[in-house]
Design a protein around this ligand. Structure first.
Ligand code: CAA
Length: 296
């Protein structure tokens, strides 16, 4: 049997990870950690949401088996690595915590304040999967901003190989090295580095593209189906921009655009009216069963 891969740095291996939030991203992050043989504790706000989160992770592990990516034994082993909790106080012994709650500054700062209180080991890394909230805003909620970093994963997390690491003016070198070693050596991801700018590298390019596609559909320039077909067939993208927006969640796309617009004041990040109306109507994409497309 192969021994577990562990991120080895000056501060010792990371073998105990906490994930805050078991939605689309949190569940994916927890899954890849468990698959890498790391002990994973996942927080959700209620027992019902925790149960849903666990089911989401187990479903994805099953998909991994049915698509031949993992064996049944690996799935069962990963499932044993996962525990769910509704008490952030249980994160006391975590060496790395990855926050993946809703893309809302108040929600995230509340989590970081609590993590600062609970996770007392000064070598522990506090990471955020935020897509667009400046990491410094989360670091300043804590008494040790040097241990706060952005670790931005991509959906679906078990499939997409990238982690964007976002260091602030205060992030410690050892913290950056530890997060990078964990992403690469333990999770097998590839890393790019970004300065602490709202959206990082990927969303600086992706968000204007998604918003342009929404404006195009809004103006009647082309149908959503034709916009998507154009990019899939003409540019070999795995999915078109409106399918992708549905896949990310239109509420999340709007939240990211709002943060980026607040940071850069550039019209290209301003959420179009159609996006605002769809979010108000609850048509927020795949997870709601209805966005630019219907999902049964
Ligand atoms: N575990 C392991 N592997 C899995 C899996 C799982 N749970 N689920 C699917 N896979 C694998 C499949 O086996 C398949 O592998 P092969 O290509 O080797 O056969 C591959 O993933 C594709 O899966 P499917 O065939 O089921 O589905 P698909 O071909 O329709 O692809 C998709 C679906 C992966 C979502 C693809 O359309 C895609 O990559 N789309 C783009 C997604 C994207 O751009 N995401 C980034 C969004 S931005 C973001 O997340 C961050 C942000 O800040 C907004």
């Amino acid at each position: 049997m192969s021994s577990p891969r562990h991120a080895t740095t000056d501060n010792g291996p990371i073998t105990r990870v906490g994930v805050v939030g078991a939605g689309l991203m949190g569940a994916g992050i927890a899954e890849v950690c468990a698959r890498a043989d790391v002990d994973v504790l996942v927080w959700e706000s209620t027992r019902e949401l925790a149960a849903e989160g666990r089911a989401r992770i187990l479903d994805s592990l099953d998909r991994g088996v049915s698509s031949g990516k993992i064996t049944e034994r690996e799935r069962d082993r990963a499932a044993l690595r996962l525990r769910l909790t509704t008490d952030l106080g249980d994160f006391e012994d975590r060496q790395l915590v990855i926050e993946a709650v809703v893309e809302d500054e108040a929600a995230k700062t509340a989590v970081f304040r609590e993590l600062d209180r609970v996770v007392t080991d000064p070598r522990a890394v506090l990471a955020s999967n935020t897509s667009s909230i400046p990491i410094m805003k989360l670091g300043t909620c804590t008494s040790h901003p040097e241990r706060v970093i952005g670790m931005h994963f991509f959906n679906p997390v078990p499939v997409l190989p990238l982690v964007e690491l976002v260091s602030t003016l205060e992030t410690g070198d050892a913290v950056r090295a530890r997060a990078e070693a964990f992403a690469q050596q333990v999770l097998g991801k590839q890393v790019v580095h970004s300065a602490d700018r709202s959206g990082g590298v990927v969303n600086a390019l992706l968000v204007p593209y998604l918003l342009s596609a929404i404006r195009m559909a809004e103006s009647g320039f082309a149908t959503p189906e034709d916009i998507d077909r154009a990019m899939v067939l003409g540019c070999a993208h795995p999915m078109g921009p409106l399918s992708l927006a549905d896949h990310v969640g239109l509420d999340t796309v709007k939240a990211i655009a709002d943060s980026m617009y607040a940071e850069f004041k550039e019209p290209l990040y301003s959420p179009p009216s159609l996006l605002l109306r769809m979010v108000e109507a609850g048509r927020i994409g795949k997870k709601a069963g209805h966005g630019f497309y219907r999902y049964d």
